[in-house]
Design a binder for this molecule. Structure first.
Ligand SMILES: [Zn+2]
Length: 707
């Protein structure tokens, strides 16, 4: 996932740079002198990396307030300028107006995602509506829009370089999308919607974090946990009391369900996950229906049939119909394969001498047995070859070196916000500095669920900035002294997130708003998913899949088995993904006057009418009540993007396969023509130019074993 957690539609205005003016020290609530606040002064660390030895909780609120005030002041100055509008005095100034705020927000959203606490959460809650007001103050400012529109209309006569022209177009479209063309009265209504939405989203996130933590199950009887290894048990030891504590991870299925032998325990763990925010004290049902209804009203106010239609403007998919068509093309094949998998699993249950009907909480355990039997592949036989740091350095980094020529050096001297975070410096093939990379891989209660990438510092030539990028994952932390061993899925996630990182590192843009990953949602997952392909590439795999005890390379036979089992369980995984994607689309295509009385009934109906409930043991990857992508972050009406870009990445990898695979030449061509371009060119045309044709769905179906 690309982290667009703290980001509303219009954050493209914010840029990270050093020359944010702070003329606002008189702000009433702010008594802190700017020289005392490390967030308000240029970091002395390499690449302008945030200095976590100096940054304290209490620095954020005043810094954010100063950033907002500075941006408001800069925007007012542009809007009230009596000189005729020019690119420099309007668009460029707008691009620079949020520099201070963005640099503070980069650190703030990094910490609130990966290492939050009560104090930061309180600041988040207090500031959420203020960010929304700020953005409305910019995008619904009539005088400002008049200047932008004036320039946009005569853009052909301005003789701008292509990137500046694209920046002008991007701003104009963002103003239009945000409602700049509305009447003054409608603008006021929109502002109240936006402020309320920002608060609700923040409440959802806070409630969900509590739901995940409170939903953890404590077991005091060791027999309930039969199937877990001694090392797993050790890492689950309950620090707050007796017994063992099984934490809840963000998806419906929980990793330990694969190993737990006691069926009653499995059911308990699954149900804790399923009901974490439904009927518990951290119930989100009312919050999500309010969010969906308010978004529907917003879509209508802006002149669209529903929120999704409004939201999909400027994406590759363009319209909800195109997304739904893609779903409909996949649902029959996906559910048919899931049904086959379910019957194979049911047979395995019987063969195992047991007599019950397969339920969702049994799936992973018996699927694992089928996998063992059918492919003779055992997850626990693989894990010793996937030690976290070896996978990173000899797998993820090695692939990037082979393709793009870049090299890596660990930096122990750069301060981090948590001791588990590792830092690396990246270099070009010729030795030039490329940027800083933070890897934060282990789960902890202060971290939200999932995996994501974002920037502490965004690349831009305008400010002479090189990127500082982080990846965050939620791998189970091993007990002290034990090796951190990954499943193949977790290995794949590491390659994925680093694909986002490469998109950010190879950015080569003048303007931060167009830099790197600042692209449409249904393109942003393409470089990341594409990077997953290298995890199984023989030359890469042989280099990193080394036994953590002996250093021995993974045996060829095991490697062949991993490949062969590659399409196993794809019916399940595609169906659970389609179910979640469909829930997202349906919540965001309700009409403006819709009154969703019961979230659970809505969810049930949404799955039923799309025939995604035909295999009852395959629940949605996320249930509405804990679907943070769509109710707590910027992926509303956008979860489909993962499937959309899946089509792109298989198609792209197919090109590599037909053109010599992993070579420096192929990597460089891909970097030059695709991943270094940020949002400076039409993405569809860019892809076609590199590929030589439009993307096709066949490679995806083949990879999923559906064809
Ligand atoms: Zn991603």
């Amino acid at each position: 996932m690309k982290n667009i957690y703290a980001v509303a539609l219009v954050t493209i205005l914010f840029a990270s740079c050093k020359d944010g003016k702070t003329k606002t020290e008189t702000t009433t609530e702010n008594t802190m002198n700017k020289t005392e606040n490390p967030l308000l002064i240029e970091s002395k660390l390499p690449y302008g990396a945030p200095d976590f030895t100096l940054i304290k909780n209490e620095h954020f609120k005043p810094a954010l307030q100063q950033g907002i005030a500075a941006q408001n002041e800069a925007v007012a100055k542009i809007a009230n300028n009596t000189e005729p509008a020019t690119f420099d005095n309007t668009i460029l100034e707008l691009e620079k107006s949020g520099t201070l705020l963005q640099s503070v927000q980069n650190v703030f959203s990094g910490l609130t995602g990966a290492h939050t606490n009560d104090e930061l959460q309180a600041v988040q809650e207090e500031m959420a509506p203020k960010f929304s007001e700020l953005q409305d103050g910019i995008y619904l400012n009539e005088k400002l829009f008049k200047r932008v529109k004036e320039l946009y209309v005569k853009r052909d006569s301005l003789v701008l370089d292509p990137e500046s022209n694209k920046l002008l177009e991007t701003y104009f479209e963002a103003f239009e999308k945000a409602g700049a063309n509305l009447s003054e009265a409608d603008k006021e209504t929109l502002k109240t919607y936006n402020t309320k939405l920002a608060t609700l989203i923040n409440t959802f996130n806070k409630t969900l974090l509590a739901a995940n933590n409170d939903g953890a199950l404590v077991f005091t009887n060791k027999e309930d946990l039969v199937g877990l290894t001694e090392s797993q048990l050790k890492s689950l030891e309950n620090k707050d009391g007796k017994g063992w504590k099984i934490p809840l991870l963000n998806t419906t299925q929980q990793p330990l369900l694969q190993s737990l032998e006691n069926r009653a325990t499995r059911e308990k763990v699954f149900k804790a996950s399923w009901t974490r925010a439904d009927g518990s004290k951290n119930d989100t049902k009312t919050i999500i229906t309010q969010i969906a209804e308010l978004r529907a009203k917003k879509g209508a106010l802006l002149g669209f049939a529903n929120y999704a239609e409004w939201s999909l403007q400027g994406t590759m998919a363009e319209k909800p119909e195109n997304v739904i068509n893609m779903f409909n093309g996949l649902i029959p094949a996906a559910t048919a394969k899931a049904k086959n998998e379910a019957s194979e699993i049911q047979k395995m249950i019987t063969k195992n001498g047991e007599d019950f009907t397969l339920e969702a909480w049994d799936w992973n355990r018996y699927a694992e047995m089928v996998k063992k039997e059918k492919y003779d592949l055992d997850e626990s036989a693989i894990k010793p070859y996937f030690e976290v740091k070896t996978v990173l350095e000899k797998g993820v980094f090695y692939a990037a070196e082979k393709l793009y020529g870049i090299t890596f050096k660990e930096r122990k001297d750069i301060p981090t916000y948590h001791k588990d975070v590792m830092v690396y410096e990246l270099f070009e093939e010729n030795g030039d500095q490329l940027g800083l990379f933070y890897a934060d891989y282990f789960a902890r209660p202060s971290k939200r669920g999932g995996a994501w990438m974002s920037n502490f510092v965004t690349q831009s030539h305008l400010y002479n900035k090189k990127p500082v990028i982080y990846n965050v994952c939620n791998y189970p932390k091993p007990a002290e002294g034990d090796a951190a061993l990954l499943t193949y899925d977790e290995v794949s996630t590491m390659f994925h997130e680093f694909g986002h990182a490469l998109h950010g590192f190879f950015a080569n843009q003048e303007y931060p708003s167009l830099s790197g990953t600042a692209v449409a949602r249904d393109f942003v997952e393409f470089p990341s998913q594409f990077n997953e392909n290298w995890a199984l590439y023989p030359e890469i795999l042989k280099n990193y899949a080394l036994n953590y005890k002996t250093g021995e390379q993974i045996p060829q036979a095991l490697l062949d088995k991993i490949k062969k089992a590659g399409t196993f369980n794809q019916g399940y995984s595609l169906t659970e993904n389609l179910a979640a994607s469909n829930l997202d689309m349906q919540w965001h295509t309700i009409a403006a006057n819709a009154n969703v009385t019961a979230a659970n009934a809505f969810e049930k109906d949404a799955l039923h009418k799309t025939k995604l409930d035909v295999v009852s043991a395959v629940p949605p990857r996320y249930r509405s009540t804990y679907f943070a992508h769509i109710f707590g972050s910027g992926y509303a009406a956008g979860y489909y993007s993962y499937l959309w870009t899946e089509m792109l990445h298989h198609d792209a990898y197919n090109w590599f396969e037909n053109n010599g695979g992993l070579t420096r030449e192929n990597g460089q061509r891909f970097r030059d023509m695709v991943i270094s371009r940020g949002n400076t060119v039409d993405l569809e045309a860019m892809y076609k130019n590199w590929r030589g044709s439009d993307p096709k769905i066949e490679p995806m179906l083949k990879a999923r074993g559906l064809k």
